[in-house]
Design a protein around this ligand. Structure first.
Ligand code: ZN
Ligand code: ZN
Length: 340
């Protein structure tokens, strides 16, 4: 059920028909340039460009590939601008479809890069990371499934020149953006609010019809679901008209969408609790196979199943923190769960 109104009809039509929209003006002091993401069902990231007195502010430059770079360059040309004109690069979070091109754009322009430190390059603790990863796989009950997947790739994330903090007001060339920390999708996710134009640059925190992935990984083990629910509370109470999100299409209704996503996660938590209470002893992976997903579990690739399991694990950890469930035993097949 869509509870939000698309505000860019061309983006909406392109998304619905499986295409990629043209660069467009938001009518709110910025442009959206769709930058393609190779091999992704999301197809493109909406890179946002704000013009200030001294140059451009770019939010989420896009995926690190030469065709993505060409799309960004062509998109800038379409609005009469060049990469050299960029003075500031902001990343809503560290995922490569958003932050992947930051390094190349910084090199082409000498712009500064701003983002939350938690989403910058990972610390050089590869061994500990490997151990944490193996332990998480075991706990989820996917140790064998994941043994040969997830090849470790070199981390090419640009380190921020300016680590950003919640509540900060960024000033650049007469433009102002308020930084709002919205952890959940990643530990360092941030939204940017143009208070003059009443626009929320939302990254992946709010998308019009997709529920952003909230999951555990070996470095984000606390309670990302609690973080995300708190972040949704914040965006439910912002004084904005438009949501310039990073995928699909722009929309109206930050508050409604925040509440709907809250409801979605509450439903998942209720369903998990019911499954665990009815049949105690199941592992995260077994529970994942019983939950409803956008596509049938049996038809998912192994990679997508593992992503789904990580999302389920985040919900299990949340229920555990709230004292609703406990781990009864812990063995090579995974951690087994029952009601508290
Ligand atoms: Zn993301
Ligand atoms: Zn994304």
């Amino acid at each position: 059920v869509t509870v939000v109104q698309p505000t860019d009809k061309a983006q909406f039509r392109a998304w619905a028909s499986g295409g990629i929209p043209e660069p467009s003006s938001t009518g709110m002091g910025s442009w959206a340039i769709p930058v393609p993401i190779a091999g992704s069902r999301l197809r493109y990231v909406l890179t946002h460009v704000l013009a200030g007195d001294d140059g451009l502010i770019v939010i989420d430059p896009g995926w690190p590939s030469s065709s993505a770079w060409a799309a960004l360059e062509n998109g800038l040309a379409a609005i009469g601008q060049r990469p050299q004109d960029v003075v500031a690069i902001l990343a809503t979070h560290g995922h490569p479809d958003h932050h992947g091109l930051s390094e190349r754009l910084r090199a082409a322009s000498s712009a500064w890069v701003g983002m939350h430190e938690a989403d910058g390059p990972r610390l050089a603790q590869a061994d500990q990371d490997e151990l944490a990863r193996a332990e998480l796989s075991r706990a989820m009950g996917v140790a064998r499934e994941s043994a040969s997947s997830n090849p470790r790739s070199a981390d090419q994330r640009a380190a921020p020149d300016r680590p950003l903090a919640d509540g900060e007001l960024l000033r650049q060339g007469g433009r102002q953006l308020r930084v709002i920390a919205t952890p959940g999708h990643t530990a360092g996710h941030m939204c940017f609010v143009d208070e003059d134009q009443r626009v929320l640059y939302a990254g992946d925190h709010l998308l019009p019809s997709i529920t952003p992935n909230v999951s555990v990984n070996s470095r984000q083990n606390d309670d990302p679901v609690a973080d995300y629910l708190r972040s949704l509370d914040r965006t439910a109470h912002l004084d904005v008209d438009h949501v310039a999100c990073a995928h699909q299409y722009h929309f109206q209704g930050a508050s409604e969408r925040s509440q709907a996503l809250r409801g979605h996660h509450q439903d998942r938590l209720d369903l998990l609790l019911e499954l665990i209470t009815r049949t105690p002893g199941r592992t995260c992976y077994q529970l994942t196979s019983l939950l409803p997903w956008a596509s049938a579990f049996n038809e998912m690739s192994r990679r997508v199943r593992l992503l789904a399991a990580r999302e389920t694990m985040a919900h299990l950890i949340h229920l555990e923190y709230r004292g609703r469930i406990v781990r009864t035993s812990s063995d090579a097949d995974g951690d087994h769960w029952e009601g508290a």
